[in-house]
Design a protein around this ligand. Sequence first.
Ligand code: PYC
Length: 336
Amino acid sequence: MTAVTHFEIDALKDLASRVLTAHNTSPENATSVANALVAAEVDGQKGHGLSRLAAYSAQAASGKVQGHAVPRAEPVGAAALRIDAGSGFAFPAMDLAIEKLDEVAPESGIAMAGVFRSHHFGQAGYHVERLAQHGLVGLALGNSPKAIAPWGGRDGVFGTNPIAFAAPRRSADPLLIDLSLSKVARGKVMVAAKKGEPIPDGWALDKEGQPTTDAAAALEGTMIPIGDAKGAALVLMVEILAAAVTGANFGFEASSFFTSDGPAPGVGQTLIAIDPRRMSGDAFTDRLEVLLQAILVQPGTRLPGMRRLEARGAAARGGVAVDPAFVEELEQLAHR
Ligand code: PYC
């Protein structure tokens, strides 16, 4: 079993920031990335947390990610803007998108930002939750390097293409739905392959497009989407909204989020903010509570996103559980 120690949230942010600034990244960008990675760590989403830091910093050092990029917003309509992430990290571009949508959506009722020349945007829910904290309903869609084949096919075309949704509540944390569209994260297959263990049926296909329980064969093949053929259609929709609409690379054109060689991935994200007050005034929050209570009166039900909130509460009380040997590795990276 891995040993864990509880670390202060701010200490982990400071560490992540120092690792990045030691690897060709501006302090502003390092802060933005560190905030997002530590938020994922706090929420128990470790696959989008500090585990990404070594790969991120190697990519900034090699120039595959432009650590000093300054994202630029260009209005392209009354309530639409394009954001060029400049082949930098996705998080500063997403921060800019949120800042702009917060300004525009309350005026226009709805606003959209399309981010291109972008990179891994981590847990998609992190972005929409911030919109919901400002009273907006948020929808985020992002594409990623190929991992899923078209239904019936065998070669990866699409990424795991997450969709996240958040809605503000009257006196509770926003409702948050965050779905990656592969049945399970590829990271779980990587862990099984490392241990030489099989994976459950239904997770992945081998390179011939056949179902496999062999983790190593699955890594050479593709991930099965949630909902099988219906999920594959949803993956296609996200690919169009996140990449075709924004002018970004498709999943099959994008380079890896993990390796430091080659061109930048150049993926895209679409973020949509709706001001529900413009549509239904104060009724929105009342009606949302009616709906959520209709769920919660049934024994055995929970709202989506609760595990994350519980993890967050535990971290706020007692710190974030991280393997101290891993933290030491990150300290070494910060002093390279
Ligand atoms: O959750 O699969 C995911 C994901 C891909 C890119 C960003 N998040």
